[in-house]
Structure formats: structure tokens, C-alpha cells
Design a protein around this ligand. Structure first.
Ligand SMILES: [Zn+2]
Length: 456
């Protein structure tokens, strides 16, 4: 039975018992609760009175475990009682606010038992940091992008946060950087969390709280708002760190377009997590720079390029740290583009030279007494090999041409034969039967191409 069916089951129970089933969340500050009562057990098919070494669904009169809602992941943790212990796998709420726990138990658990409940503290704390980060990101995004920004959903767990929103145009890198620095500033400002229960009217008009998901509220019911000074205020049922400074650090890792004017921001918090993110990025950039320089050094002797020399000098002058990560990337992209242009020029030059080089090559008779030309040179792509083949065939009749080239992109082979040899030789057969190499590829009688490995 799914959680959804269980929710309906509990709804029916509640109707039947006229709402005497209560399940109070007490885990806002206390991550442990002792002696909570087991008031309902369910095995997924039927309501049961006792469970033994199995997965069971349970309702407690009080619980420190947060049920997944408002974009915040559920808690996990453990329970213990005189007759055994259990691991909390999932916690889901019903629309009436009953918290259903999915638990894997060892031992025997009965309705009426008293259990001690313990939340996984690390998971919860990280999740709280990321939930607070979601609110701060939202406030910063409003400030940068203005009121036409439309927020949709969010999700936060121990690994990070994401916020989906709709906007009438693409968000620029500068705007994203501004959202990040405003959020970071709010963390450095060490703003204390406030929790208020207030009327919907006061929430909107006095606190200017943001409300999402198109919530409709009954004027008489109190709503819960989470406020961080004048920076952020939202209607929210979730758990948050006591102070923005508890987030420690923050980085936006991704802005993704989901199409139809919808976007997703992903971000991380905590010193260590953010440091790891930056360390990985810096490392990747370093490796990229290293490979670009190595590539250039390989071509440099014959193709020295002042712009590239300059670009490499410039990039090596940048202090390579998190503050300069975007500047470094921009310079890296420029260097990469300059190299791409140079490589194209070199390829063109090589192609011109190659026809000069092959001008005097003459066919030799092979073992079958047929004219054959074999030619091999590094750094030629398959297009160049093909035009060399055509060139030879133009100049000599009844000819087999076998061309090979080794390059960074792989080792290419191209075989072609004169139309007049049809029936006597086959290009694809020749390609597959080359000595000292293993060639993979395809083609027909007249022409075949592929890649090969040299047999060592
Ligand atoms: Zn929230």
C-alpha cells in the first residue's frame, strides 16, 4: 500500500473517530522525544495491534520527526522501546496534519507501547541550513529581479537546495552573481530567526510575508511565518536554523533553464561543502589550462602565436581562488577559442603541404600484381585522407590506395580502389585485413574508412 492510500485510510479513521487521532510535531527544537505513545499501527493492508520484525506504518501522539512538506525532506532516525528498536525510513503528513512514520522494526511493537525517538541530527541540521538558504535565495532573487518573478516550488535536503521559479526572460550571470552576493551578505549579517503565528491578513499586510503554492487561508486560522529581519519573510511550516550565520557559507552551483520561462537555481551551504565545490572547480580549471598549454606547446615550434602567448601569460597572472573563478573561466574560454582557431589554420596549412608532399609518390606493385600506394602521416582527419585518395586515383589507373593517420582524436584509416578493379579487390576487405593493426569500420568494395589500434 502506498503512502497515499494510507493517508486516505487515516482520513477515514479520523472521520470515524471524529478527529481524536492526534500527532503533534515536537521536533522544532528537540531532536529527541522520550516516551511517546504508539496510537496507531498499520501493516500497509490492515490496521494491526502489534508488529513483529517488519516494516510498519505508525502514528505517535507526539513526534520529533519532521514529515516531508513545504519542500523540506522528511527526517530519518531511530526509535527504541523495551521490546525492540526501529529505523525511521520515511515520514509523510496527511492533510489533517497526522504524521505517518514508515519504520523498519526489530522486535515486537504494540499499540500503547511507549517509545523513545531520536532524529538523525546531522541530516536535520544540514536540511535546516538548506531550507533557510532557500528562503534567503528567494528574498535575494526578488530584490535583484523584481516583483515579476514568480516562485513555484522548492526542495531542500541534507545535500543542498533548489528553487524553481518563472521569469519573463533569461537571468544573466551578473544577476545570478548579485543573488549569490546578497544571500552571502545576509549570512554575514547574522540575522536571527523569528517564528510568528499570525492571521493571514497580518502575515501579508504587516509582515509582508511571501506565500507560495497559491495557498488559500481561512481568516480565522493562524498561519506560521518565518522571518529573518527585514530581509526575508515567508509563510512556512518547515524547520530553520536559529540564525542566518549558521549557514556558514553559500554558493549557487547551477542555473538551469527548464523551458517555458521556468528556471531552477541550485545552491549549497556549509563551510566544508562549499569549499569542496570550489576546490573541485579550481582543480578542473587548472587541468583544463594544463591541457591547453600542453596542446599549444606541441604546436608552438612551427606555429608560434603572439595572442596565445599573451593569453597564457594573462591567465597565469590571475590569483586562482574562488573570488576569481569566473574571471579565470572567461580567460580560459578565450584561450581555448584562440587555440581552436590556430588548430584550424594549422590543419589548413598541413593539408596544403600534404599535396605538395605526395606529388611524387608512385604506385608499387603489390603481391597480387596490382598498383598500390600506401601513405601514412600524423594529424590528418578522415576528410583530408579521402581527398588524398581521390587525388591519387585521378593520377593513376587500376589503383589501390591505403591511407593512415594517427592523431589525438584517434587513428584513422581510409582505403579506396579504382572503379576498374571492381570484382578483383574490395576496399572493405583490404581495410579489415591490414597487418599489424586492428581496424574497425565499414564501407563497400570501392571505399572504406574506420579507426584502428596498432598491435604491439
Ligand atoms: Zn520554507
Amino acid at each position: 500500500m502506498t503512502m497515499e492510500k494510507l493517508r486516505n485510510f487515516i482520513k477515514e479513521q479520523n472521520d470515524f473517530k471524529s478527529s481524536d487521532l492526534k500527532s503533534e510535531f515536537v521536533g522544532e527544537e528537540n531532536l529527541e522525544a522520550k516516551g511517546v505513545n504508539v496510537i496507531l499501527l498499520h501493516d500497509g493492508i490492515n490496521e494491526i495491534k502489534q508488529a513483529h520484525n517488519q516494516v510498519v506504518y505508525a502514528v505517535f501522539d507526539q513526534t520529533p520527526f519532521y514529515a516531508e512538506k513545504g519542500g523540506q525532506i522528511n527526517d530519518r532516525g531511530t526509535i527504541q522501546w523495551a521490546g525492540g528498536s526501529g529505523i525511521i525510513i520515511d515520514v509523510q503528513p496527511t492533510s489533517e496534519g497526522i504524521n505517518i512514520h514508515e519504520i523498519e522494526i526489530q522486535g515486537e511493537l504494540k499499540v500503547g507501547d511507549k517509545v523513545d525517538a531520536k532524529v538523525d541530527k546531522i541530516k536535520r541540521l544540514l536540511t535546516m541550513k538548506n531550507h533557510t538558504a532557500t528562503h534567503l535565495t528567494t528574498a535575494a532573487a526578488y530584490e535583484v529581479l523584481g516583483p515579476s518573478l514568480d516562485h513555484t516550488t522548492s526542495f531542500n535536503d541534507e545535500h543542498g537546495m533548489r528553487k524553481d521559479f518563472a521569469y519573463h526572460r533569461a537571468v544573466t550571470q551578473q544577476e545570478l552573481a548579485k543573488i549569490q552576493s546578497l544571500t552571502l551578505k545576509s549570512i554575514h549579517d547574522a540575522i536571527a530567526r523569528e517564528i510568528h503565528f499570525t492571521t493571514p491578513d497580518e502575515a501579508i499586510n504587516k509582515y509582508h510575508a511571501l506565500s507560495f503554492d497559491g495557498d488559500k487561508f481561512d481568516e480565522d486560522t493562524l498561519v506560521r511565518i518565518i522571518r529573518f529581519g527585514n530581509f526575508s519573510c515567508e509563510l512556512c511550516a518547515g524547520t530553520h536554523v536559529p540564525n542566518t550565520k549558521d549557514l556558514e557559507d553559500y554558493v549557487i552551483t547551477n542555473l538551469e533553464s527548464k523551458g517555458n520561462g521556468r528556471f531552477r537555481i541550485k545552491a549549497l551551504t556549509s563551510y566544508e561543502t562549499v569549499k569542496n565545490h570550489y576546490d573541485n572547480l579550481l582543480d578542473e580549471q587548472n587541468k583544463k589550462l594544463g591541457s591547453l598549454i600542453a596542446k599549444y606547446n606541441g604546436m608552438k615550434n612551427e606555429n608560434c602565436n603572439k595572442n596565445i602567448d599573451h593569453a597564457i601569460n594573462e591567465i597565469q597572472l590571475i590569483e586562482h581562488n574562488r573570488e576569481n573563478i569566473h574571471l579565470f573561466q572567461t580567460q580560459l574560454d578565450e584561450l581555448s577559442e584562440l587555440l581552436r582557431i590556430l588548430e584550424k589554420e594549422v590543419a589548413k596549412k598541413n593539408e596544403a603541404n600534404i599535396f605538395q608532399e605526395i606529388k611524387d609518390l608512385k604506385p608499387q606493385l603489390n603481391a597480387d600484381g596490382i598498383n598500390e600506394i600506401k601513405f601514412e602521416k600524423d594529424n590528418l582527419n578522415i576528410t583530408v585522407l579521402r581527398s588524398i585518395g581521390e587525388e591519387f586515383k585521378k593520377n593513376y589507373a587500376d589503383l589501390i590506395v591505403i591511407l593512415k593517420s594517427q592523431s589525438e582524436e584517434g587513428n584513422f584509416i581510409y582505403v579506396t580502389i579504382s572503379e576498374s578493379l571492381k570484382g578483383k579487390a574490395s576496399a572493405v576487405e583490404i581495410l579489415r585485413n591490414q597487418k599489424d593493426i586492428v581496424a574497425k569500420g565499414g564501407g563497400n568494395e570501392l571505399a572504406a574508412q574506420g579507426k584502428y589500434e596498432v598491435i604491439k
